[in-house]
Write a protein that binds this ligand. Structure first.
Ligand code: KIV
Ligand code: ZN
Length: 524
């Protein structure tokens, strides 16, 4: 039997970016989109262009540079949304409009406040309108898994007749279980007229931890596109994780016999790191495929088995996902050419300006740290990318701390106009003192929700990387804030000095607030 392709539709930049705290700036989105193209993603859902001018610009910029993957823009079932999505993706050689309308009675009655008949009319008219602009149109009946089956078949038939080329079946609230979801897809394929002429896609959420299992069962029952995100990030508990779905199909060839994806597995680890670094979402060590423990063997019995024959305890090779790394690459005497060559090997496509800046940072780091690993280079580039278009940069941090006197911090920040601002403060510890000095400069009212520090590589001289999550408080009391709900932002930063890394990550999060991406809440 000839091999069939399972299309990978990546929604890291849309559903993934939609999750609390994950806001990415324009350059960061572009970097991720280029890496998704390198990874071999068939369709990149680049954003929700109507959500804000920033979202529009980012989707449009991605559409201009990505050539191999199809660029998709999300739209609600309105002419304005659809036209805006199309305008944003227009420059892309391969483009798709993805429009959605809920079909469950709960969503129709309480959210959209329309009848089933009105929903069918909207689907017919809006899919037709989208098709008048673009040949590639995907329709999603939102909350499909909780919709009345007969009505769902009807809605899908209407979409097919109006010209939809892909029907995406979302388990919007992550309610389904694997056997049930597989049968659901099988029944849709059996009972929907015209379904043979379109691609069936699935979009699963992970509220019960079943998104990957549900998507795999859907594939076994005829779905030929899977929507997913890098590291499984997304609304609430997240989406189907790209790396898990791809490696499951690849590793269990006995089950997914004639099926394959176009993903280049060796790009997986690099993509995962890039998304984690830029979103500030730390990958749990036990995360399947890309967690730091995914290929680590602690128990003596396992280590012994692995040494005798790797397959005793490993079903995949670390190299398969691009994990033959952690090498000592460069040092103090390495030149610019060596740095550029290594950066290219690591998959970074840097501009001349970025290379210059990264080289300067590399030299400074090499003065402090004898051995420079791939992870160190990645951390340097991440600092560079996140600071490139930022309003505030950290110029210097000095602290005095210890157990005798109240810790003291002296912080200098520089704004995008090049003006320096100098503040000092005391705090319960050096980080608290430094954050309070930063607050005096930037003046955003936030609460620190999470703070996490890790070593970028091994050794006592390793760089530290700090990930923070902050919540905007607007000066409200915790009671009022709970009722109103602050917005959360993540930040990441690294340095050999742990306080400096802490300040970088905090300023990175505050920069995202300052960027003022006042985005319309997606009315799903
Ligand atoms: O979860 C969902 O239903 C969605 C749709 C927009 C496809 O994200
Ligand atoms: Zn979703």
């Amino acid at each position: 039997m000839p091999q069939q392709i399972i299309k990978i539709f990546d929604t890291t930049l849309r559903d993934g970016e939609q999750c609390p705290g994950a806001s990415l700036n324009h350059d960061e989105k572009l970097k991720i989109a280029k890496q998704l193209e390198n990874l071999g993603v068939d369709i990149i859902e680049a954003g929700f262009p109507i959500a804000s001018p920033d979202d529009f610009r980012a989707v449009n910029a991605i559409a201009k540079v990505v050539k191999k993957s199809t660029i998709c823009g999300l739209a609600r079932a309105t002419e304005k949304d659809i036209q805006t999505a199309f305008d944003a993706i227009k420059p892309a050689p391969k483009k798709r409009i993805h429009l959605f309308l809920a079909t469950s009675d709960m969503h129709l009655k309480y959210k959209l406040k329309i009848s089933r008949e009105e929903a069918l009319e909207k689907i017919a008219a809006m899919v037709k309108f989208a098709r008048s602009l673009c040949n590639d149109v995907e329709f999603s009946p939102e909350d499909a898994s909780r919709s009345d089956l007969k009505f769902l078949y009807q809605a899908l038939e209407v979409a097919i007749r109006a010209g939809a080329t892909t029907l995406n079946i979302p388990d919007t609230v992550g309610y389904s279980t694997p056997t049930e979801f597989g049968e659901f897809i099988r029944d849709i394929r059996k009972n929907t007229r015209g379904v043979k002429n379109v691609t069936i896609s699935v979009h699963c959420h992970d509220d019960l931890g079943l998104a990957v299992a549900n998507s795999l069962e859907a594939v076994r029952n005829g779905a030929r596109q899977v929507e997913c995100t890098i590291n499984g990030i997304g609304e609430r508990a997240g989406n189907t994780s790209l790396e898990e779905i791809v490696m499951a199909i690849r590793t269990r060839k006995d089950i997914f016999k004639d099926l394959k994806t176009r993903i280049k597995p060796r790009e997986i680890f690099r993509t995962s790191k890039l998304v984690s670094n830029l979103t500030g979402f730390v990958i749990p060590p036990n995360k399947a495929i890309v967690g730091s423990n995914a290929f680590a063997h602690e128990s003596g019995i396992h280590q012994h088995g692995i040494l005798a024959k790797r397959e005793t305890y490993e079903i995949m090779k670390a190299q398969d996902i691009g994990l033959d790394r952690n090498k000592l690459v460069l040092g103090k005497h390495s030149g610019r050419a060596a740095l550029i060559a290594r950066m290219i090997e690591l998959g970074f496509q840097l501009t001349q300006k970025e290379i210059d800046k990264t080289f300067n940072r590399f030299k400074m780091l090499a003065d402090k740290k004898k051995e420079i690993f791939d992870e160190d280079l990645e951390a340097l580039v991440m600092n560079e990318i996140s600071e490139a278009a930022a309003e505030w940069k950290v110029e210097s941090v000095e602290v005095i701390s210890g157990n005798k006197k109240k810790p003291f911090a002296d912080v200098v920040l520089k704004n995008s106009a090049g003006k320096k601002f100098h503040k000092t403060s005391r705090g319960t510890g050096p980080v608290d003192a430094a954050y309070s000095a930063v607050n005096k400069v930037i003046g955003e009212k936030v609460r620190l929700l999470e703070f996490r520090m890790d070593a970028v590589s091994e050794g006592i001289d390793a760089q530290a990387t700090v990930a923070v999550k902050v919540e905007t408080t607007g000066g409200l009391s915790s009671e009022a804030r709970r009722a109103k709900g602050g917005k959360t932002y993540t930040g990441k930063g690294s340095h050999t000095d742990i306080v400096m890394a802490s300040v970088r990550s905090y300023v990175n999060a505050l920069n995202k607030i300052v960027a003022g991406k006042e985005r319309m809440k997606v009315v799903l």
